[in-house]
Design a protein around this ligand. Structure first.
Ligand code: ITT
Length: 190
């Protein structure tokens, strides 16, 4: 029988990617209770991922996986970083604010970071992983795939934004794809 892994996210875009990336992990994924929110009081992605995974594991009595991620823009001293979700009320607002703050700055370097934590049913963190993807911030949204900041995040090696990539291409190079690739060998041995 497959063991249950509760995905501790309220973000449908993340959920879709995690379901895809963990499809062959041998775990049955379920979603956290919709009304259970965890306050993200950490100052790093890893801290917040651990807070979310531990809290959801404890409340459900199951294994839980959480992802804390965001966009770090060099010319904005790494902002929005852990505040990426709190940068506006909708994806459109968040993108508009980022483009406004960056203005016509020539330094468009940025990176996406994803920290993942997995907690056992007692709420103890047993696996942690982090993935990064380097890119550049465009001046306007391009592409309609994916979610969040994808339309403004351009990856020079692929000459595409995340929002122009197929799910498989994004998986192969993205921060989340890299974080999950790194933890899979451990996850399948539990
Ligand atoms: P949960 O905490 O419930 O998982 P959240 O949306 O609040 O959902 P975070 O606190 O980790 O998640 O915030 C991450 C922000 O960065 C959020 O605005 C995402 O849309 C964005 N983001 C994360 N990964 C992304 C990706 O692969 N592509 C585009 N945007 C991404």
């Amino acid at each position: 029988m497959k063991k249950i892994l509760v995905v501790a996210t309220g973000n449908p875009g993340k959920l879709k990617e995690m379901q895809n990336y963990l499809a062959d992990s041998g775990w049955e994924l379920t979603l956290k209770p919709e009304d259970f929110e965890v306050e993200e009081t950490g100052v790093t992605f890893a801290e917040n991922a651990c807070l979310k995974a531990a809290a959801v594991a404890k409340i459900t009595g199951n294994w839980a996986i959480a992802d804390d991620s965001g966009l770090m823009v060099n010319a904005l001293n790494g902002q929005p970083g852990v505040y990426s979700a709190r940068y506006g009320n909708t994806d459109v607002e968040r993108i508009a604010r980022l483009l406004r703050e960056l203005g016509d700055n020539k330094n468009r370097q940025a990176r996406f970071v994803c920290a993942i934590a997995i907690a056992n049913p007692q709420g103890e963190i047993v696996i942690e992983s982090e993935g990064v993807c380097q890119g550049e911030i465009l001046f306007a949204s391009t592409g309609d795939q994916g979610f969040g900041y994808d339309p403004i995040f351009y990856v020079p090696e692929q000459k595409l934004t995340f929002a122009q990539m197929s799910p498989e291409m994004k998986k192969s190079i993205s921060h989340r794809g890299n974080a999950i690739k790194a933890l899979l060998p451990q996850l399948i041995t539990i």
